[in-house]
Design a protein around this ligand. Structure first.
Ligand code: NAD
Length: 487
């Protein structure tokens, strides 16, 4: 059976999901489909009253169900049932994801859904394995470190991988014994809503997973500043991360995990397997049309092989298959919005006006919706916005270096430090450069996320605070209590 579908005939979940049921709302922010630009739905905007209702429902669900205090294997089993149901509903989730977002429907079941289910199972297994500790103290006392859930976690996710990002937040928070109020991006709420509903159908307590819809300034601000939210977990832009930090500081003090923007370099040394490097680099910027936080958008290549690498990249960037996300043959994604495609085009135009050469692309594709051609820019001045700003589109810049120090200097971005890649056959150089790169993730002779969920992900510099994935993400959803008992 094909996954292709008619976007006009898809039934969408309606309203917020609070206390285990949908709360339909008549109108909200008008939504347009990236694939054809057609208006197709509204996203309601929860104000402070509805956010408060969701936080209260979450707190009550914790008390009623004993989710965070009962035998942890019960949590493990419930989360496994939820993961099973998410996989069983892969086709429905794929269509709900594809209609509003940039994710081609054929990619969602095997990537977004499969990885989300796998990560929920991965985090579930920490629940009855990670605990506190008995620590060495004097013989007259017994020292314990107890580990406890925070309570209600407030989570906020972006539009670029809506399901996966929701999974990153929900998996560790729930496994660690918390309840969650999640605000997905106002542009892509539908698959997240369905996933939340599946938690109840899987037998998890109603109210444990709540989804409030709305924009950042209204709903996001009410959520992060709510006194009942014990911890904030955010993925999105660095600017919104700053606004959240300010709001938290204004309304109190609470821990937060921030997964923010990036402008990641990929360094190619002269001894690298150039064809393999070109595959990895092109793959990373074409996937989701470059709308990935870790997109390796800055190519930094040894001068003597630069022309060869550029030719290989152009050849790969010329072979795309754009199409609506609801067509199962589509591989190349649209850009999320008219505003964002205008922003990409503006940065590319400014780069060209500043003297850059455009080796391929550099314009919007002539078709309905918001599609941008894969673009390779060379000969850029050092202060070009194309080198400094996170473009979040299918745009690669290419700079050349003479020696290793220069490569590292170019790689070092003044504010971002999310990920980096390097390609070389020299093991010593690979390790030396890896140690010097200021990035939260370094990929060597490959680029992009794998399904090794044990590797934590998170940024250096202004790319973030704390980690998603890995043992670190589980532990960051629990707080520690030190206990000393006189013996
Ligand atoms: P965005 O920051 O505009 O929005 C992200 C989410 O935050 C949305 O749900 C939005 O409604 C909400 N938001 C915005 N302002 C807010 C505020 N003041 N208070 C509370 N919530 C607020 O980002 P986006 O355009 O949706 O996503 C793209 C960005 O996300 C890029 O910068 C990308 O690098 C980043 N991202 C990072 C990672 C990572 O793991 N580091 C992963 C995916 C995306």
């Amino acid at each position: 059976m094909t996954l292709s579908f008619d976007p006009d005939r898809l039934t969408l979940p309606q309203g917020h999901f609070i206390g285990g049921r949908f709360r339909p709302v008549a109108d909200g922010l008008p939504l347009r489909r990236p694939s054809d630009g057609a208006g197709f739905a509204d996203c309601p905007v929860a104000g402070a009253d509805l956010v408060d209702e969701a936080v209260t429902a979450a707190a009550q669900a914790l008390v009623r169900s004993g989710w965070g205090t009962a035998r942890p294997r019960e949590r493990v089993n419930a989360l496994h049932r939820w993961a099973d149901l998410i996989e069983a509903e892969a086709e429905t989730l794929a269509r709900l994801e594809a209609v509003a977002s940039t994710r081609p429907v054929a990619q969602v079941p095997g990537v977004d859904v499969a990885v989300t289910a796998e990560q929920i199972r991965f985090f579930a297994e920490f629940a009855d394995r990670e605990g506190g500790a008995l620590v060495p103290t004097g013989a007259d006392s017994l020292g314990l470190v107890m580990s406890e859930p925070y309570g209600v976690v407030g989570a906020i996710t972006p539009w670029n991988f809506p399901l996966s990002m929701a999974g990153w937040k929900l998996g560790p928070a729930l496994a660690a014994g918390n309840a969650v109020v999640l605000k997905p991006s106002e542009m892509t709420p539908f698959a997240t809503l369905h996933m939340a509903e599946l938690s109840v159908r899987a037998g998890m307590p109603a109210g444990l997973v709540n989804v409030v819809l709305g924009d950042g300034p209204t709903t996001g601000t009410a959520l992060t500043g709510h006194p009942g939210i014990a911890k904030v977990s955010f993925t999105g832009s660095t600017g919104a991360g700053q606004a959240i930090m300010a709001n938290i500081a204004r309304t109190g003090v609470k821990p937060m995990t921030l997964e923010l923007g990036g402008k990641s370099p990929q360094i190619v040394f002269a001894d690298a397997d150039l064809a393999a490097a070109a595959d990895a680099i092109a793959g990373s910027i074409l996937y989701n049309a470059g709308q990935a936080c870790v997109a390796g958008s800055r190519v930094i290549v040894a001068a003597e092989v630069a022309a060869q690498l550029a030719d290989l990249l152009v050849a790969r960037m010329a072979t795309i298959r754009p199409g609506p996300t609801w067509d199962a043959t589509t591989v190349y994604s649209p850009i999320i919005s008219e505003r964002q495609i205008g922003r990409i085009d503006g940065i590319v135009a400014a780069a060209r006006a500043g003297g850059a050469t455009c080796r391929i692309g550099g314009a919007r594709l002539d078709r309905p919706g918001y599609f941008y051609a894969p673009t390779l820019l060379t000969d850029l001045p050092a202060d070009s916005p194309a080198l400094l700003d996170e473009i979040f589109g299918p745009v690669l810049t290419l700079q050349t270096f003479g020696d290793e120090d220069e490569a590292l200097r170019l790689a070092d971005h003044p504010t971002y430090g999310l990920a980096a890649g390097l390609f070389t056959r020299d093991l010593s150089r690979a390790l030396r450069v890896t140690q010097k790169l200021q990035a939260g993730t370094v990929w060597v002779n490959r680029y992009g996320r794998s399904r090794d969920h044990i590797l934590p992900t998170g940024g250096y510099k202004q790319s973030g605070i704390g980690k998603d994935l890995g043992r670190e993400a589980y532990l960051s959803n629990r707080k520690q209590k030190s206990v000393l008992i006189r013996v």
